[in-house]
Design a protein around this ligand. Structure first.
Ligand code: EPS
Length: 402
C-alpha cells in the first residue's frame, strides 16, 4: 500500500513530503519532479506569491544514483517567502508586533478552523489550510506518475471552463464519445494545455477568459472553473465491486475532492448521464483491434468500480478563490460586530493550477490501485506480475467461454 504525508505551513520554512511504498529500481530525477512543480505554478490569474516562489524539491532519502531504494522517499520544498515571515511564523516566541487576525474570510477555512482547533488567531488556521500544500501533492504525485509511465499509463489535464466561459468545441464530448485516435495519450493532451496561459485547448476561449480575469481583478473579485483530468493506458481490472471502499471511482472521487476549493466531481458522463435514456448512455461492447472494447466512454473508463481499459475521465469543479479584494461581509470575532472581511494577498483564480494538482491526485490513486493488483518489492517483480495478467487476459476470456 502506498501512502504519502505532507507537512508545512504556507509561510513556514518549507513543505515536507514522505512517500512510502513504491518499489525499488524506479528511475526518478529531481528535474522530472521540478518540471511538474513548475507546471502547477504558472497560469494567468495567480497573485504575487507565485513571483516569489520557484518551487524545487530537495530529495532527502529513498533515492540513490537516480533510482528508488524501496525505502521511504522524502523531499522538502523550501518557501522563499519564509524570509519575509520569520517574525510572524516564529516557532518559539511571539513578538508584540505580530497582528492577531480576528476577521474570518467567507468561503475560507478561517472560521471552521479556529472553531474546531480552539485557536485565538486566525493565522493559525490560514497557514495549513492554504493551497500552498498542493505543491507537496504534486511532488508526491510525480513519483506515482513516473511509476505509471513504466507501464505506458499517462495522466493529463486541461481547463474546461473558467468564470463560466466554455469552449465552442468541447473536447470533453470527444472523450465521452471515444472519438480519439489510436495515438491519443493523456500526457500529450496536458502538453497541449500547457501551451495556453490558462491551460485551455481553444485559443478563442483563452482570450475571453483572460479578459474576464482582468475584469474580475479590477473589481476585486475572483473566479472558479471546471477542469478535466484524463488517464490513458490504464489496464482492465483496477478496483473492485466486492467492497464499497475498493471501488476505483470512489477512490478517485476522494482524491479529487480532497483538493482545496474543489466542490464537485464527475466520472465520465456524470450528471449528464442522469438525463439520458439507457440506450443513449451506455457504452456498447465491441471488438476493436482484436480486443474487447466499448464504442463510447460515457462510463469514463470505470464500470462496477473496475477500470475498463478505456481512458479514465474525470471532471471537477473549483469554486472561486475565497479571498476577495472587494470583500464580503463578515464578523470581527474580537468585537462580535459585523464588518467587511479582511483583504489578504491571494490569487484571482487558480483553476489552471488545480487541473495540474488533479492530474497528480489521479496519478496517485491509479498507482495505489495498480499496486494493490500487481504489487511486488522491485519494479521488475511488478512488471512480471503485470505482464502475466495483461498478456493472457483476452485469451483467458476466450478460453473460459470458448
Ligand atoms: C493561498 C493564498 C496565496 C496563494 C497560495 C494559496 O498565497 P499568499 O497568501 O502567500 O499570497 O498564492 O498558493 C500558494 C502559495 C501556492 O503555492 O499555490 C491560500 O490562501 O490558499
Amino acid at each position: 500500500m502506498i501512502r504519502f504525508l505532507t507537512a508545512g505551513e504556507s509561510h513556514g520554512k518549507a513543505l515536507s513530503i514522505i512517500v512510502d511504498g513504491f518499489p525499488s529500481n524506479l528511475k526518478i530525477a529531481k528535474d522530472y519532479i521540478n518540471s511538474h512543480l513548475k507546471r502547477r505554478q504558472v497560469g494567468y490569474g495567480r497573485g504575487l506569491r507565485m513571483k516569489i516562489e520557484s518551487d524545487v524539491v530537495e530529495i532527502l532519502s529513498g533515492v540513490r544514483f537516480g533510482k528508488t531504494l524501496g525505502s521511504p522517499v522524502s523531499f522538502i520544498i523550501r518557501n522563499s517567502d519564509w524570509e519575509n515571515w520569520t517574525e510572524r511564523m516564529d516557532h518559539e516566541t511571539k513578538s508584540k508586533n505580530v497582528e492577531k487576525i480576528s476577521i474570518p474570510r467567507p468561503g475560507h477555512a478561517d472560521l471552521t478552523g479556529i472553531s474546531k482547533f480552539n485557536l485565538d488567531d486566525i493565522r493559525n488556521s490560514i497557514e495549513r489550510s492554504s493551497a500552498r500544500e498542493t505543491a507537496a501533492r504534486v511532488a508526491a504525485g510525480s513519483v506515482a506518475r513516473r511509476f505509471l509511465e513504466e507501464f505506458g499509463i499517462s495522466v493529463g489535464s486541461y481547463v474546461e471552463s473558467l468564470g463560466g466561459i466554455y469552449p465552442e468545441n468541447d473536447f470533453f464530448v470527444d472523450l465521452l464519445n471515444n472519438n480519439l485516435t489510436k495515438k491519443f495519450n493523456a500526457w500529450s493532451l496536458a502538453q497541449q494545455a500547457d501551451k495556453s496561459d490558462v491551460r485551455v485547448l481553444d485559443k478563442s476561449q483563452e482570450a475571453k477568459i483572460i479578459n474576464k480575469i482582468k475584469k474580475a481583478k479590477k473589481q476585486g473579485d475572483t473566479l472558479g472553473g471546471t477542469f478535466i483530468a484524463v488517464a490513458t493506458g490504464v489496464p482492465v481490472g483496477l478496483g473492485s465491486f466486492t467492497q464499497y471502499d475498493l471501488k476505483l471511482n470512489a477512490e478517485i472521487a476522494h482524491s479529487i475532492m480532497s483538493i482545496n476549493a474543489v466542490k464537485g466531481i464527475e466520472i465520465g458522463g456524470g450528471f449528464i448521464s442522469s438525463d439520458l435514456l439507457g440506450s443513449e448512455n451506455h457504452d456498447e461492447i465491441i471488438i476493436k483491434d482484436n480486443v474487447l472494447s466499448r464504442k463510447t466512454n460515457m462510463a469514463g473508463g470505470i464500470e462496477g468500480g473496475i477500470s475498463t481499459g478505456l481512458p479514465i475521465i474525470v471532471r471537477g469543479s473549483m469554486k472561486p478563490i475565497a479571498t476577495l479584494m472587494n470583500p464580503l461581509t463578515s464578523v470581527d470575532l474580537h468585537t462580535m460586530r459585523q464588518v467587511e472581511s479582511r483583504r489578504e494577498r491571494s490569487d484571482f483564480t487558480a483553476v489552471p493550477a488545480c487541473a495540474v494538482i488533479a492530474e497528480s491526485m489521479l496519478a496517485w490513486s491509479l498507482a495505489k490501485y495498480f499496486l494493490s493488483k500487481f504489487d511486488g518489492d522491485s519494479l521488475e517483480e511488478i512488471k512480471d506480475n503485470y505482464n502475466s495478467y495483461t498478456k493472457k487476459l483476452h485469451s483467458r476470456i476466450k478460453k473460459n467461454f470458448g
